[in-house]
Design a protein around this ligand. Structure first.
Ligand code: ATP
Length: 265
C-alpha cells in the first residue's frame, strides 16, 4: 500500500491538448489534474475519444501538452522512465521472443549483462514463454504475443508502466489469466502503473484507484478508491454486494459521459 502523502510519481497539472483538424481547433483534453502515487496501480476509464490514449502518450513522451505540465519523478536514472504496452501486438516480427524481450533495454543502452539477463529470464518464465525464447512472433498465438509485450515492458524495469487496453483483443480465458499475472507481477515489482481500460470489471479488479474521465474535451470527473484486499479474484469479488455498489457507482459516472459523447458525434 502506498502512502497518499508521499511525493507523487506522476504529476499532471492543468493539462490541455488541442489538435488542429481541417483548420479547426479540436479540444481533446481540458484542465487535466491527476497524480499517480509511487507504486500505485491507477486505472483510467472514459468514453471513446475522451483523450485517454493522448494522456498516456504524453506520459510516455510520445506527445506534448498544448498547455500545462506533465512530470514523472525519476528515482533511478539507470532505469527507463516509462514503458508502454499497447492493445495491438507491438512485437517485432523479425526478432525472436528473447530478442524482442531484450530489445528495449539494449536500445536504451541500459543492458547490464547478467543482471539484465536474469530479469528477462525471470519474466519469460513468469509469463510462460521460456520454452519459446527462440520462436518468432508468427509462430506464437495472439495471447502469447501480448504476454511477450508484457515481458518486454517489465524486463525494461521502467519507473512507470503505461498500459493502453492491453487485454482488449484477447479471449476471455487469456484475459483472466493475464489480469491475474499482471496483478502479481505488479505486486512483486512495486511499479507505478497507468492502465487504460473500457472494462469496469477490469478496473475494479486491478486498480488501487479508478479515474473516470468526461466526454471530450476530456477532464478527470472523479477518482474512486478501490478498497478490496489483494490478491483479488474477479469471480469471488463479483459475488459481493460491495463490488456491485462500486460497479454501479462507476457505471453511473461513466454512463452519463458515454451518452454525452454520443450526442456530440
Ligand atoms: N494526432 C491527432 N490529430 C487530430 N486529432 C487527434 C489526434 N490524436 C488524437 N486525436 C483526437 O483526440 C481525441 C482523443 O483521442 P484518444 O485516442 O486519446 O481517445 P481515447 O479516449 O483513447 O479513445 P478510445 O477509447 O476510443 O481509444 C479523439 O477525438 C481523436 O480523434
Amino acid at each position: 500500500m502506498t502512502s497518499p502523502t508521499a511525493a507523487p510519481k506522476v504529476s499532471i497539472r492543468d493539462v490541455c491538448r488541442t489538435f488542429s483538424v481541417n483548420r479547426q481547433v479540436f479540444h481533446a483534453l481540458a484542465d487535466i489534474n491527476l497524480e499517480i502515487r509511487a507504486g500505485e496501480f491507477l486505472c483510467l476509464v472514459g468514453p471513446s475519444g475522451c483523450g485517454k490514449s493522448t494522456l498516456l502518450r504524453m506520459l510516455g513522451g510520445l506527445d506534448q501538452p498544448s498547455s500545462g505540465t506533465v512530470s514523472v519523478r525519476v528515482e533511478d536514472s539507470r532505469r527507463p522512465t516509462s514503458a508502454i504496452v499497447f492493445q495491438q501486438e507491438s512485437v517485432f516480427p523479425w526478432l525472436t521472443v528473447e530478442r524482442n524481450a531484450t530489445y528495449a533495454v539494449r536500445m536504451l543502452g541500459l543492458w547490464n549483462g547478467a543482471e539484465s539477463q536474469r530479469r528477462v529470464d525471470y519474466f519469460l518464465e513468469r509469463c510462460g514463454l521460456s520454452k519459446f525464447r527462440d520462436f518468432y512472433p508468427h509462430q506464437l498465438s495472439g495471447g502469447m504475443k501480448q504476454r511477450l509485450s508484457i515481458v518486454r515492458a517489465f524486463s525494461a524495469h521502467p519507473e512507470l508502466l503505461l498500459m493502453d487496453e492491453p487485454f482488449a483483443a484477447l479471449d476471455e480465458q487469456n484475459k483472466l489469466l493475464l489480469q491475474q499475472e499482471v496483478e502479481r507481477l505488479w505486486e512483486d515489482n512495486k511499479i507505478s502503473v497507468l492502465f487504460i481500460t473500457h472494462s469496469l470489471d477490469e478496473a475494479i479488479l486491478l486498480g488501487d484507484r479508478v479515474a473516470v474521465m468526461s466526454a471530450a474535451p476530456g477532464r478527470i470527473k472523479e477518482t474512486i478508491d478501490i478498497p478490496f484486499e489483494r490478491p483479488r479474484n474477479l469471480l469471488t469479488l463479483k459475488s459481493t454486494p460491495e463490488f456491485g455498489q462500486l460497479y454501479g457507482r462507476l457505471w453511473d459516472l461513466l454512463g452519463e459521459e458515454v451518452m454525452a459523447a454520443r450526442k456530440d458525434r
